[in-house]
Design a protein around this ligand. Sequence first.
Ligand code: ATP
Length: 236
Amino acid sequence: MSSPVLELQGLTKTYGAFTALSDVSLSIQPGEIFALLGPNGAGKTTLIGSVCGLVKKTRGRILLFGKDLDQDAVGPRYDVGLVPQEINFDPFFSVAESLHIQLGFYGRPRDEARVDEVLTALNLQAKKNAITRALSGGMKRRLLIAKALVHKPKLVFLDEPTAGVDVELRRDLWTYVRKLASEGTTIVLTTHYLEEAEELADRVGVINEGRLLLVESKASVLRRFGEKRLVVTFEH
Ligand code: ATP
């Protein structure tokens, strides 16, 4: 087996007396689509934030592309993309400018060809010069994804990418995620829906109350839970 893209060892995050992530250990392999499945407040965003540098972990080790983030907190993160749940672009910049600014954040020069490529891939080319405030909700979601990908990351986190989107956009996003993975990008996505994990993932991790309860192949998780939505199984 090749070395993992991401390895968490005993990752723990506490806020005062509250534990948001408890001793999570996990390895993500190159090129896989991994779905982290769990209800509201399970710790999914905290896990992603810890890897991306948005949340300061309390304990544990994070190895990204084989490098310990305690030794180098910046270098390995240049190869990571994050599609957050919430809009993170300036409402008054144009769509294209938002992507150039994002390239700048990652230390890359302006790149018209790359921006055009990403806009085309996400069906946003017609909105290239629109200010982002004027985009529809679905277009904003596409731009969030374009922003996360413009610097060609090797590992992409998608935090509930299809929450609140219509069926057509959901299908489009699923197709796009599969295409990215087929090109060698490693994908970690969070979701509340077993259906989404079933559509996309190679492996599924189930998280609740900060604990990673199991990590299994998709087939095995489906056998275990059948058609039931996991949100139902959490209500005990
Ligand atoms: P959702 O599906 O609703 O996005 P999630 O699985 O992503 O949920 P997190 O956002 O990681 O869950 O939150 C995990 C827990 O940590 C929640 O109970 C949340 O209220 C708590 N939490 C997150 N950030 C903070 C903070 N800054 N201070 C205190 N508690 C926090």
